[in-house]
Design a binder for this molecule. Structure first.
Ligand SMILES: NC(=O)c1ccc[n+]([C@@H]2O[C@H](COP(=O)([O-])OP(=O)(O)OC[C@H]3O[C@@H](n4cnc5c(N)ncnc54)[C@H](OP(=O)(O)O)[C@@H]3O)[C@@H](O)[C@H]2O)c1
Length: 308
């Protein structure tokens, strides 16, 4: 099969298209013929070697965590899918090292769900990693009913899903994003908008004088934003351990993991129009290096999706 591979870590120039063996599904696994695979910041981290200490040395790696495609072959004991089903899935890189930026990927059945029925494969491929991250971050936040929570990076892929999922749970969402993103994040369900600034804690406090009960830091602002929380609040970091705890604040870190049940729920929410699948552009595998460069330029308001 054709795949985007890297044989050494580095910049986008280490990415190549190559013929590699097509993986075979083992027990409990599914082989998916890839229709579309989103490109995420995690893929740039894999390419740069940020996860090198967590993977065995191999002659090549295939990046890619998100996939939408068609079930192509079933391993033993898989009864929940049939060949030909349209599915979405998430690869638990670095545990799996199974990359979706390839014509085929093998994933455990527990990482796969039926694709949203009203979305194209390109749209559907934007859901798994970031939808699951948002869902699992909200579960960690565990806010009280009707609480006021702040989301930084609210216009980003994780942040956008967070705003929608939090609003759907009846929370009051304070969205921190660029001024040009106000209309977008309000449409996603934010009840308050705070423009990004050098002092996001003060800006959020100006909007919510007592401080917010919970904060999910999808822009990785860390120390500069913990002051937005009221005493005893909860801070969820998406990148690293997060800032030092203070004033009885609980600080935790989300580490996304595949979950077929949660993924199926997200697909249902997408079909109901409660979760918005945002695509910036599609690019072929052969332009993977250019796609990584475009992702690094930031300012995107939808995912780049790679197609075979
Ligand atoms: N822990 C996990 O399991 C997990 C899973 C998935 C993702 N992540 C991490 O989560 C982070 C977000 O990922 P993503 O895919 O959502 O990235 P993204 O789409 O690039 O979103 C990040 C957003 O934050 C915005 N931003 C940057 N600085 C800001 C500031 N000072 N105030 C407010 N917004 C600001 C960015 O705007 P501009 O584009 O204008 O800069 C962008 O809209 C990344 O660090 C990613 O690696 C972690």
């Amino acid at each position: 099969m054709r795949a985007v591979i890297l044989s050494e870590y580095g910049g986008s120039d280490v990415l190549r298209i190559s013929e590699v063996p097509t993986p075979a599904p083992g027990d409990g696994q599914i082989r998916i013929r890839v229709s579309a695979a989103a490109l995420n910041p995690a893929d740039a981290l894999i390419r740069a070697g940020a996860l090198a200490s967590r993977v065995p040395v191999r002659d090549h790696y295939i990046p890619g965590l998100d996939v939408a495609g068609i079930v192509d072959a079933l391993g033993g004991g898989v009864h929940s899918f049939e060949v030909g089903d349209a599915v979405i899935g998430m690869s638990d890189w670095p545990d799996t090292q199974a990359g979706t930026h390839a014509e085929y990927v093998v994933l455990p059945a527990t990482a796969v769900a039926a694709a949203p029925r009203h979305a194209s494969p390109v749209q559907a491929a934007t859901l798994p990693l970031n939808g699951l991250t948002a869902r699992q971050a909200l579960d960690l936040l565990a806010p009280a009913d009707g609480a006021t929570v702040a989301i930084t990076g609210a216009a980003g892929a994780v942040g956008g899903y967070l705003v929608e999922l939090a609003a759907a749970r009846g929370l009051h969402v304070v969205a921190v994003a660029g001024s040009q993103d106000e209309e977008l994040v309000r449409k996603l369900g934010a009840s308050l908008f705070v423009p990004r600034s050098d002092d996001p804690a003060a800006a959020i406090r100006a909007a919510v004088p007592g401080g917010v009960a919970g904060l999910i830091d999808a822009a990785a602002l860390g120390e500069s934003v913990i002051g937005a929380l009221g005493d005893g609040g909860t801070f969820v970091s998406v990148l690293g351990a997060g800032p030092a705890a203070e004033r009885g604040i609980r600080v935790s870190q989300v580490q996304v993991h595949s979950d077929a049940v949660q993924l199926a729920e997200l697909a249902t929410l997408a079909d109901a129009g409660l979760v918005t699948l945002r695509v910036d552009r599609t690019m072929p595998f052969s332009e993977a290096a250019a796609a990584h460069d475009t992702l690094a330029s930031r300012g995107l308001r939808g995912r780049i999706v790679l197609v075979p």
